[in-house]
Write a protein that binds this ligand. Structure first.
Ligand code: AMP
Ligand code: MG
Length: 479
C-alpha cells in the first residue's frame, strides 16, 4: 500500500522522538486526494474502503515500515526565540519516493500528543483541517510551491477550544519538514555536529546540485534564499498573507508551510494583517519580503561555525554573500508581478508602474484579484477617475513599447491573474458547514480551485468579493 523509505530516522537521536497516534474509536473519512495520491505519489487507494482510509489517515492502522516520529525544532516567533517547539500535534508517518523519484514526507496533523506537546492536546478541530486542505490545494493549482493535502478525516471525538468542536486530522505531504527553526534548535545549544549533520542532510535532499562544492554551506544559504524569495514573490503576486512567518514555519525547501491564520486578500491594502495574534503587524502583506530576509539571517547565523572556524571571518563572508543576494527578493517580485500587468519585456520604470497600480487599488479600496483580472477585459469595469487615468495612460504607453500584440498581452494577463481564489469568507463557510457535518461546500470549493484561471459554470459566487457583511478581517490561530 504505502512503501516507506525513511531517512530522517537515521539522523542522530536528538533530531526526533518516537510517538504514535492516540486511539480514536470511530474515525471517519472526509476526503482523500485520489488524483494526487495516484499521479503525484504513485499510491493506489482504490482497493481500500472509506473505513480503511479513515483508519489509515487517523494513525490507527499503521502501515509496515512507518517511522512514527515527531521532529525537534525551535524558532523565532514574532521575533522572540523559543528554544523548544517541535511537532507538538504532528506525527511523521514516513517518507516515500514519488514516481519521479522525489522524496516526500507524509505527516498526520492533529493525531494527538507527542513528546513535544508541552501543555497542548496535540489535536486539531475540523476548522484548521478544512482550511489547510482547501488553501494548500488552491495554492498548488495557482502554481505556488506548497505542501499538499492528501486526506482529511474526522476523529469522531470533540476537542476543547473556546467551545467544544469536532476533531479532525489532516494528512500533509511535504518535500520535507526541515525548517529554519530546525537549524536554530541545534545551533542554540552549540551542537555544531548536529547542525552539520542537518545541513548535509538538507543539502542532499533539496539541493544536491551544490553537494561537494567549495563553501557548500554558503551556497546552501543562497539556495534557500533563492527558493524562499520565489515563494514570497508568488505569495505577493496573489495577494496572499501567510500570517505567521516565524522561523519554525519557513521551510528550507521553499514550500508554503503551515496554513494558520493565512488569507488571500480581498480589497487591497499594503499593510493588511489577518492574524488576530499579529497585533504589531509584523507579518503584514507588505512586510513579507523583509521578514523572509530577516528569517534568512537567522538561518545564516545558525550555520556560521560551518562557514569558517573563525566566527568573525565567517560573519564577514556570510554578510558579504547575503547582502549581495538580497536584491534577489525584489527581482523575483518583479518577475511575478510584471506578467499580471501584461509587461512582457523589460523597462526601468516597471517597478514604479506596478506600485502605482497597487497604490490605486489601495486608495480606491478595490479587490486585488478581481481588479487584476478585470484589467485585461477592458477599462469599462473601472470608474474613469483621474486616479485611474494616472495609472492607465502610462500603462498603455508602456504596453505600446513592447512588440506583443493586445491578444498576447491579454492572454499573458489571464494566465497569471486567477478568477477564483480561496477567499476567507468562503473558506469560513466551508468550515461552518463542516462543523454541522456537511462537507459539500468543502468538496465543491476543492473542485473549483483546481482550475483557478478558467471561468466555470455555476460558481459565480466564488469569483465575487465578499459583501460588507461577509468580510472577514481576522483569522485565528490554527489550533
Ligand atoms: P504553529 O502555530 O502551528 O506554527 O505551532 C507552533 C508550535 O505549537 C509548534 O511547536 C506546534 O507543534 C505547537 N502546537 C500548536 N498547537 C498545538 C496543540 N494543539 N497541541 C500541542 N502542540 C501544539
Ligand atoms: Mg508551525
Amino acid at each position: 500500500m504505502i512503501k516507506f523509505d525513511n531517512t530522517y530516522i537515521e539522523l542522530p537521536e536528538q533530531f526526533y522522538k518516537s510517538t504514535k497516534a492516540e486511539e480514536f474509536k470511530s474515525p471517519y473519512l472526509i476526503e482523500v486526494n485520489k488524483d494526487f495520491a495516484d499521479r503525484g505519489l504513485g499510491l493506489d487507494f482504490n482497493s481500500l474502503s472509506d473505513e480503511d482510509l479513515a483508519l489509515l489517515f487517523s494513525g490507527q492502522d499503521v502501515p509496515e515500515g512507518a517511522a512514527q516520529i515527531a521532529l525537534a525544532y525551535a524558532g523565532h516567533q514574532f521575533g522572540h526565540y523559543s528554544p523548544q517547539l517541535g511537532d507538538g500535534r504532528a506525527l511523521l508517518l514516513g517518507e516515500i519516493l514519488s514516481p519521479e523519484g522525489k522524496r516526500l514526507d507524509i505527516q498526520l496533523k492533529g493525531s494527538g500528543q507527542t513528546p513535544f506537546s508541552r501543555r497542548g492536546d496535540g489535536r486539531s478541530s475540523l476548522g484548521p483541517v478544512i482550511r489547510e486542505y482547501i488553501v494548500s490545494e488552491a495554492m498548488y493549482h495557482l502554481g505556488v510551491p506548497t505542501t499538499r493535502a492528501l486526506a482529511a478525516v474526522g476523529t469522531g471525538e470533540m476537542v476543547y477550544r473556546e467551545r467544544p468542536l469536532p476533531g479532525g486530522i489532516f494528512t500533509r505531504v511535504a518535500s520535507s519538514h526541515i525548517r529554519i527553526g530546525s537549524f536554530e534548535y541545534f545551533a542554540a545549544s552549540g551542537d555544531i555536529t548536529a547542525v552539520k549533520a542537518l545541513a548535509d542532510y538538507a543539502i542532499h535532499r533539496h539541493y544536491p546540485e551544490i553537494e561537494g562544492e567549495e563553501n557548500v554551506y554558503l551556497h546552501f544559504i543562497e539556495s534557500v534564499a533563492n527558493a524562499q524569495a520565489l515563494l514570497v514573490a508568488k505569495w505577493m503576486s496573489f495577494g496572499f498573507i501567510h500570517g505567521v512567518m516565524n522561523t519554525d514555519n519557513m521551510s528550507i525547501s521553499g514550500e508554503t508551510l503551515d496554513y494558520g491564520p493565512c488569507a488571500f486578500m480581498d480589497n487591497f491594502s499594503f499593510d493588511k494583517v489577518f492574524s488576530s495574534i499579529d497585533t504589531m503587524g509584523r507579518y503584514a502583506y507588505n512586510n513579507q519580503i523583509s521578514i523572509a530576509k530577516w528569517n534568512l539571517f537567522r538561518l545564516a547565523e545558525s550555520l556560521l561555525p560551518l562557514i569558517h572556524t573563525d566566527l568573525n571571518k565567517a560573519m564577514e563572508v556570510t554578510e558579504k554573500s547575503i547582502s549581495g543576494y538580497v536584491h534577489i527578493y525584489e527581482q523575483k517580485w518583479l518577475e511575478q508581478m510584471k506578467p499580471k500587468l501584461g509587461l512582457m519585456s523589460d523597462h526601468e520604470n516597471d517597478k514604479d508602474l506596478i506600485q502605482q497600480w497597487l497604490q490605486y487599488l489601495q486608495n480606491e479600496d478595490l479587490d486585488f484579484t478581481l481588479s487584476f483580472r478585470k484589467l485585461s477585459g477592458g477599462i469599462e469595469s473601472f470608474k474613469p477617475t483621474t486616479a485611474f487615468k494616472e495609472f492607465y495612460l502610462p500603462w498603455q504607453q508602456r504596453l505600446d513599447m513592447q512588440s506583443a500584440t493586445s491578444i498576447e498581452v491579454k492572454s499573458c494577463m489571464n494566465r497569471t491573474n486567477p478568477i477564483y481564489i480561496a477567499r476567507n469568507h468562503q473558506v469560513e463557510r466551508a468550515i461552518q458547514a463542516a462543523y454541522k457535518g456537511d462537507f459539500s461546500v468543502f468538496k465543491k470549493m476543492n473542485r473549483i480551485f483546481r482550475n483557478p484561471y478558467e471561468l466555470q459554470d455555476n460558481c459565480e459566487e466564488y469569483a465575487l468579493a465578499p459583501m460588507e457583511s461577509e468580510r472577514i478581517t481576522a483569522t485565528f490561530c490554527g489550533t
